[in-house]
Design a binder for this molecule. Structure first.
Ligand SMILES: [Zn+2]
Length: 252
């Protein structure tokens, strides 16, 4: 039952985030105009704005001009709902679940902005980090707070050095500023072993995409933020298993 509720909650959040991020990047107002069809600008009624349901009911087409509705919003809503359930299945009723839900939203917001527009919105990072800092305090007290901060500085400096080295070696921008800022958030939640695991997972999952992008365009610009977030989510959700594996490898 709670899974269904979480799925709906996730899709509603995702729907809002999608509108917020795309409008913000395109320099449009968040409140006005009301949601409308991208093609014929017809304003949408409330029943055409229900996440997932409306898209299916309208068969992916505008009711007025019958042109196709942006399917990314639909995909993002389903993905968020599923990830919300996954977080709950791992951590149950706990503060860690709340942290996980914030991370999922962060991941979704970064996917929308980085894949579509090659940028990560600062406010997405700042608001996410602020909420997580408060939640970590409730989860682990001042000690975790302090530890998180130290880890974050370590991660940030490490990524910055990688960027400087990468820029020098490839003679072009290797890591974006958004990626460096994102590493601060990653470090805040992950001890250094898990941070490295997250980097490895992120880089590995980014590889197929990098090949695809290189084939498609010559500038070879790569959205790395979403993959770093995949690494962070996996390292955060399965941290106990990962630590166990690392320990058993070191002891043997
Ligand atoms: Zn239309």
């Amino acid at each position: 039952m709670i899974e269904i509720y979480l799925f709906i909650l996730g899709s509603v959040f995702a729907s809002f985030l999608y509108v917020y991020v795309t409008r913000k990047i395109n320099g449009e107002s968040i409140i006005k105009p009301r949601s409308h069809c991208d093609h014929c600008k017809h304003q949408l009624k409330w029943f055409e704005l229900i996440p997932i349901v409306s898209y299916i009911a309208l068969k992916g087409k505008c009711r007025y001009c019958h042109k196709k509705i942006d399917k990314y919003s639909f995909i993002v809503e389903i993905l968020t709902g599923v990830l919300f359930i996954l977080v709950y299945l791992v951590y149950g009723m706990s503060i860690k679940t709340l942290i996980g839900l914030v991370l999922v939203l962060e991941f979704i917001a970064i996917c929308i902005s980085d894949f579509k527009y090659m940028q990560v919105l600062d406010e997405v990072l700042v608001v996410g980090l602020a909420i997580i800092i408060v939640l970590v305090y409730f989860d682990g007290g001042v000690k975790m707070w302090y530890l998180g901060f130290m880890q974050a500085v370590f991660a940030f400096v490490l990524m910055f050095l990688v960027k400087v080295l990468g820029d020098y070696m490839f003679n072009k921008e290797s890591l974006g500023g958004g990626d460096i800022k994102l590493s601060f958030l990653m470090g805040y939640l992950l001890p250094y072993q898990l941070f490295l695991v997250a980097l490895i997972v992120g880089s590995t999952t980014a590889l197929p995409y990098a090949f695809y992008i290189n084939k498609k365009n010559t500038s070879g610009e790569l959205a790395f933020g979403p993959f770093l977030m995949v690494g962070l989510l996996i390292a955060f959700l399965f941290q106990n298993d990962i630590i166990n594996v690392i320990n058993s490898l070191i002891i043997k």
